[in-house]
Design a protein. Sequence first.
Length: 399
Amino acid sequence: MLSISHRGHIMPTSPIRKLVPFAEAAQKKGIHVFHLNIGQPDIETPKQTLDAVRNSDFKILEYSHSAGNESYRKKLIGYYAKSAIHITTDEIIITTGASEAILFGLMACMDPGDEIIIPEPFYANYNAFAVEVGVVVRPITSTIDKSFALPPIAEFEKAITPKTKGILICNPNNPTGYLYSKEEMEILKQIIIKHNLYLFADEAYREFCYEGSHTSFMTLTEVENHIVLMDSISKRYSACGGRIGALITKNKEVLNSVMKFAQARLSPPGFAQILGEAAVDLPDNYFDETKAEYKKRRDTIVKRLNSIPGVFCPNPGGAFYTIARLPIDDAENFCQWLLESFSYNGQTIMLAPAGGFYSTPGLGKNEVRLAYVLNVTAINSAMDCLEKALEDYPGKISI
């Protein structure tokens, strides 16, 4: 009898995508589904980046350098300098999305059985990446009642063991939208110095900060060799399908190791590198309009959520996600029920159960993640559906 691997058995299902068959079934019945489950913006990809791909003139679509096209890496130096991140071309490795950057970073720095600390809730795929690499996630729980602020330093100290090799932070955060303060970053700096740890910094949403500004972990002093930055063009330029990211570090040993993984997968996507290079040439004010639009969407969805009886949603400081606590018995059941058994004016809503964004079993049971990636009109219609659904849901509880 053939069997799959233990890794295959324990690989978690995506809380963002696992309900897709139910959404497809609802759509076949003629129900319009508002997709707030996934961070796929409806903002158009900048025309000049798509034109750069359309107007490409070459006879052979060749492999690029395993680290990515040098012309692209040179342009990224200027992009990062605007955020006070000063690097050279040989400190950047272009990857197939931030996902590959995270995998390469973990594989280069950690062995199977090593432990990594991540404040939860966190991007669900971190759990999946940990399974792929064979490392153990040690979660530090942040709570919705405290707006998902960084837990006290004592919580990190308690989680550190001889097997701890690093801390992973997403700033601003997916799924909570929490924006880490400079004070919190200094706390993390002291921890990684004291315990000689890596800090993996996922900064894919740096442009979208609404309550304060973003400070990159790459700008911290005294810890240059500890920081591994993972980045992506997916959300920055509404180019999720491009699958272009970057791993950046000043640690030469890590870079050399990552390059071996990069060589093994040959090269990052060619057309998407052309798109990414053109994106760097967008005017500095490109993000003003998109940021203002996301802020308007955030303000709309947070106000609507908190106006629904029994619902609580903190105000996220960045990215385009938020987690809300609902008066329901089980978010998994509720999210499936929305797609299988509910519609309002021929519409329903697709949400991501928040339990999949935690590592600790049982947490997030009555929470959902919402991505405010649709326009304000669509968000208001989606919130109308949610408000009606919470009136009709059989598993509604009092909070």
